[in-house]
Design a protein. Structure first.
Length: 167
């Protein structure tokens, strides 16, 4: 069991994203920090969305950790979810770590106050059990959407590209 916890901790510390699946909804990629023996997440308005996952205080979630360099699954583990109350000592410590890793925050100076007012800080503590990794891919077909990034190439583009090669 100690080896399992060591693997979970080391893999989770090094990974930038966790795939978290709560009691409801599909798994979702969420950024996190490892602090005080657990993964901590922040979610709410202006942050990553936690709605639809069913992550409530006292529930369990399945956390899948990917390799930072290759992107493959390293370990999947079961977590006990705790919602940290604003102002609590555990909340303050977690927020200090999360704030240091929060990229591009517009309101960096008042981030803690906004998180206390509008967001949720969740602690995902390993229960000590790991899930077996699946043999097959868990890739899903993307949902149909009218959004697209592929459009026909403009007619003038090949001429513009050829013209730039001679310079």
């Amino acid at each position: 069991m100690t080896q399992t916890l060591a693997l979970i901790e080391e893999a989770t510390k090094k990974s930038g994203l966790l795939w978290v699946q709560g009691p409801t909804g599909p798994s979702r990629a969420l950024w996190h920090v490892w602090h005080d023996g657990a993964a901590h997440l922040v979610g709410g308005p202006g942050e990553q969305p936690l709605d639809g996952l069913g992550l409530t205080d006292g529930c369990t979630a399945t956390v899948t950790v990917r390799s930072k360099d290759k992107g493959g699954r390293l370990v999947a583990w079961t977590a006990q979810v705790t919602e940290l109350p604003p102002g609590d000592e555990a909340w303050t410590g977690a927020v200090a770590e999360l704030k240091g890793k929060r990229l591009n925050a517009v309101d960096f100076g008042t981030l803690e106050e906004r998180w206390a007012r509008e967001c949720r800080i969740l602690r995902l503590e390993p229960t000590g059990s790991s899930e077996p990794l699946p043999d097959a891919s868990l890739a899903a077909v993307p949902l149909r959407t009218p959004a697209t990034t592929r459009r026909p190439m403009p007619a003038a583009l090949p001429r513009l590209l050829r013209r730039g090669r001679g310079k």
